[in-house]
Design a protein around this ligand. Structure first.
Ligand code: PLP
Length: 378
């Protein structure tokens, strides 16, 4: 089976189109908030280089950062992990890869909830791991019936991602209780991708399964610096879980990439120390942009945009003759980049738009979408 493309592949396509057509493409495709990272992160990175931190780091990551992450997980999600239960990785993506390669075997089954971030599926395919795909209930809840049905295949793990990319849906306490039942009854691992944990709106609460008794022992938490610190280029993420599982993931990292870049880890250390001041500001900004874009998109005839509970994406339904793949292509030629639902295993005619870009770009982008749709309808 062919490995699906990652939305990151859009970067090259967009650069080419901008050059060929001489236009500036509005980037709703990007999966990263376009805010400036904490200034301390930049200073911390440069200072680390000046101090001579340009050699290998321990493969678990530098101890100072692991201690800071331990504290951050406790304070933000009530999670108890010691520094030996934390693996600093080359982005959250490599934490996912290390989980799949370190804890699963070729031929194992894992459960993915549709719609899902495309890399779970791509990594599984690369490693010969089979996926069992069930729909989540809108916007992102576990469907007990379909999950229980596929348990007869004896999957080894389930991947959850709350707030969900692309829907923005958040698992609630009933979902977490159901997850606990599944773990107790079928002894599966949980990969809890919490990369967008802070983007939660309207008094909703983010619950990590690892904060629940009996779930923690089977759960690996994935997080990183790309989304809540806007430091995607540093390529630093982390995994937290029981030591014997983290040790298996560490071996994968040790023999592939060795460790994340040493001075980048020091930059992340400076960032995480500022999380209390930094994160609320960008989340407030995103909340404002979320309301604005939903209102504007819903004014376009042919688009129906639910308000997302979390994340920094909207995921509207498109009611047109064109498929979302065709529409995304058409919009790109008209100067707007979006990601079709097909990238997330979703064939229900939906598009993902990241709204963590400037207000001006949101407005220009919406206008271009509106005009393009008018042209299609004629
Ligand atoms: N998980 C999800 C749901 C994501 O959207 C991404 C990035 O797009 C990642 C994990 C990995 O992010 P990074 O490797 O930049 O830390």
């Amino acid at each position: 089976m062919e490995i699906p493309l990652s939305p990151i592949s859009m970067i090259e396509i967009i650069n080419k189109i901008e050059k060929e057509k001489g236009i500036r493409v509005i980037r709703f495709d990007i999966a990263e908030p376009m805010f400036t990272p904490p200034w301390d992160a930049i200073k911390g990175t440069v200072n680390a280089l000046l101090k001579g931190y340009y050699r290998y780091s321990p493969s678990l990551g530098i101890i100072e950062l692991r201690k800071a992450i331990s504290n951050y997980l406790k304070e933000t999600r009530n999670l108890d992990y010691s520094e030996d239960e934390i693996l600093v990785t080359v982005g959250g993506k490599f934490a996912v890869f290390s989980f799949f390669l370190g804890l699963l075997k070729h031929g194992d089954y894992i459960v993915l909830l549709r719609p899902y971030w495309s890399s779970y599926k791509a990594i599984a395919l690369m490693l010969g791991i089979n996926t069992l795909e069930v729909w989540s209930k809108d916007p992102y809840h576990l469907d007990e019936e379909s999950l229980k049905e596929i348990m007869s295949k004896r999957p080894k793990a389930i991947v959850i991602n709350s707030p969900n990319n692309p829907t923005g849906g958040i698992l609630d306490i009933n979902d977490i209780k159901l997850l606990k039942d599944l773990v107790e009854d079928y002894n599966i691992y949980v990969l809890s991708d919490e990369i967008d944990w802070a983007y939660v709106y309207d008094d909703r609460k983010f619950i990590s399964p690892a904060s629940i008794e009996n779930l923690k022992e089977k759960t690996i938490v994935i997080d990183g610096f790309s989304k809540v610190f806007c430091m995607s280029g540093w390529r630093v993420g982390f995994a937290a879980g029981p030591k014997e599982l983290i040790d298996k993931m560490k071996i994968v990292q040790e023999h592939t990439v060795s460790s994340p870049t040493t001075f980048a880890q020091f930059g992340c250390l400076s960032a995480i120390e500022k999380y209390r001041e930094y994160i609320p500001i960008i989340v407030r900004e995103c909340d404002r942009k979320r309301k604005f874009i939903v209102e504007e998109l819903n004014k376009i005839n042919g688009i129906e945009c639910p308000i997302p509970e979390g994340g920094f994406y909207v995921y509207p339904y498109i009611r047109l003759e064109k498929s979302t793949l065709e529409l995304a292509h058409y919009l790109l030629l008209n100067g707007v980049a979006v990601i079709p639902g097909e990238f997330f295993g979703d064939n229900r005619n939906r598009l993902r738009l990241c709204y963590a870009i400037s207000d001006e770009d949101i407005s220009i982008g919406i206008e271009r979408i509106s005009k393009s749709i008018e042209k299609i309808k004629k």
